[in-house]
Design a protein around this ligand. Structure first.
Ligand SMILES: [Mg+2]
Length: 175
């Protein structure tokens, strides 16, 4: 019986801030560059109260590209799990998107979580800040919510929030 409801969060740009490097904004490669957004903790606390399972679904291609170590990623995971009650973090280390791979916009990580945790996607949402997130949710037939941050103001989506605090209204109107 697939009856659990879940919220899937992208990580970089949603849970934590992007890092300025080489003239662009990218994922943190070391723990000292990992900074949480202020709105993530109260948002997750609220969702837990509403009995949602909480997941992070994240591409980390810098691992396979040799630009980041697993050890550093594990240090970041410790900090995430200390602060937030996440049920499971799913990472894709693949450098390129392939149809049978895990890298978003492939829906594979979402499907892995669905099978393991018996999730009903019709009662669940994906929260992301990128086109890859949007397409990943679409490929899994999962409702997508775009979080608008300073780095992605040009993106639009019918369901768009300016802070994770606004997720509460969407959830309250759906349950
Ligand atoms: Mg992102």
């Amino acid at each position: 019986m697939y009856n659990k409801k879940a919220i899937f969060f992208d990580r970089d740009g949603v849970v934590n801030k992007l890092v300025a490097r080489d003239g662009g904004l990218y994922s943190p490669r070391v723990l000292k560059d990992f900074v949480f957004y202020d709105d993530i903790k109260p948002c997750i606390d609220y969702l837990i109260e509403k009995n949602f399972l909480i997941f992070i679904i994240s591409n980390q291609p810098d691992i396979s590209r040799g630009k980041m170590t697993i050890k550093e990623l594990e240090k970041i995971d410790l900090v995430i799990n200390e602060k937030l009650r996440i049920d499971e973090i799913y990472y894709s280390f693949e450098s390129e998107f392939t149809i049978n791979g895990t890298k978003k916009p492939s829906p594979k990580m979402l499907f892995q979580a669905k099978e393991k945790w018996k999730i009903d996607f019709s009662k669940s949402f994906f929260i992301g800040d990128s086109i890859a997130d949007r397409d990943c949710a679409k490929n899994a037939n999962l409702s997508f919510i775009l979080v608008s941050r300073s780095h992605n103001k040009e993106l639009n989506y019918p369901v768009k929030i300016n802070t994770l605090n606004d997720l509460k209204d969407i959830i309250d109107n759906n349950i």
